[in-house]
Design a protein around this ligand. Structure first.
Ligand code: PGA
Length: 248
C-alpha cells in the first residue's frame, strides 16, 4: 500500500525567521496519520530538524549531487543531507531540469546516490504546456520515468511526483480527469516495470495545490498525496492541505 504523503517544497525561500511557521504547524502533527515532509533550502535542514524535534515532521533536501564527496563547489551530497537529519530528497524537479540542465540520466545517478545514503528519493516528472497541447503528456512522463529510475526502486526508497510544468506556481491545475489519467498511467508503468512493488510507490500530484482544491485532487484514484510549493510556506495553508489528505 502506498503511504499518504503531504510534501512541502520551500524552493529558495525561508530563513531563521521561518521557525514560527514550523512552531505553528507542529500541534497538528500528533492528530494526523499521513506523513508530512518539508524540504527547506539546505541552509535550513539542520535548524528545521531541531525546530521539529519531538514531532513526526520529516525533513528533506531539494537536490543532491550524484557523488558522495569531492571537488564540487556549491554542491551537497546525499550522505551530507542524511547526516543533517534529512530522510528524503527531491530529485529532478522541473526547476532543476530547466535552471541546471538536468537530464534523466543525471536524475537517475542522483537517485542511486540517494538510495545508497538511505534517503527516500522524491522523483519529479511532468510535461510542459506545449507537450500537453501536442498530446504528448503521457509519452513525456513515461520517458522520464524510464530514464530517471534506476534498478532497486521500491515503495520504501522512492516516491513519484507528477508535476505538470505549466501548473507550477501559476494557479492553474489540470482537470481532475487529466490528473487521474496521468496517475493511472504512472501506476500502470510502475507495475509493468516493478511488478507488485509498483503498487507500493506513493504518487504525489504537484502544481498549484491549495487548501481549496486539495480535497478534490486527493479524491482522484492513484493520488496518494501532494508536492506543494507556495502553499507549504505558510502553516495556515499547508495545514489545510495536510488535513484534506488525512481525511481522504
Ligand atoms: P507550487 O509548486 O505548489 O507553488 O505550484 C509546486 C512545486 O514546484 O513543487
Amino acid at each position: 500500500m502506498p503511504k499518504k504523503l503531504a510534501a512541502g517544497n520551500w524552493k529558495m525561500n525561508g530563513s531563521s525567521a521561518s521557525a514560527s511557521e514550523i512552531t505553528a504547524l507542529l500541534p497538528m502533527m500528533s492528530d494526523v496519520t499521513c506523513q508530512v515532509l518539508l524540504c527547506p533550502p539546505a541552509t535550513l535542514v539542520t535548524s528545521m530538524k531541531s525546530w521539529a524535534e519531538g514531532s513526526d515532521l520529516l525533513i528533506g533536501g531539494q537536490d543532491c549531487h550524484a557523488n558522495e564527496s569531492g571537488a564540487h563547489t556549491g554542491d551537497i551530497s546525499a550522505p551530507m543531507l542524511a547526516d543533517a537529519g534529512a530522510t528524503h530528497v527531491i530529485l529532478g524537479h522541473s526547476e532543476r531540469r530547466s535552471d541546471h540542465g538536468e537530464t534523466d540520466a543525471m536524475v537517475k545517478a542522483k537517485v542511486i546516490a540517494a538510495q545508497a545514503a538511505g534517503l527516500v528519493a522524491v522523483v519529479c516528472v511532468g510535461e510542459t504546456e506545449a507537450e500537453r497541447d501536442a498530446g504528448r503528456a503521457l509519452d513525456v512522463v513515461g520517458a522520464q520515468i524510464a530514464g530517471s529510475l534506476p534498478d532497486g526502486v521500491t515503495g520504501d526508497n522512492t516516491v513519484i511526483a507528477y508535476e505538470p510544468v505549466w501548473a507550477i506556481g501559476t494557479g492553474r491545475t489540470p482537470t481532475l480527469e487529466q490528473i487521474g489519467e496521468v496517475h493511472d498511467f504512472l501506476r500502470q508503468t510502475l507495475t509493468d516495470q516493478l511488478g507488485q512493488e509498483g503498487t507500493n510507490l506513493s504518487l504525489l500530484y504537484g502544481g498549484s495545490v491549495k487548501p481549496g482544491n486539495a480535497s478534490d485532487i486527493f479524491a482522484v484514484p492513484n493520488v496518494d498525496g501532494a508536492l506543494v510549493g507556495g502553499a507549504s510556506l505558510k502553516a495556515s495553508d499547508f495545514s489545510g492541505i495536510i488535513k484534506a489528505l488525512d481525511a481522504s
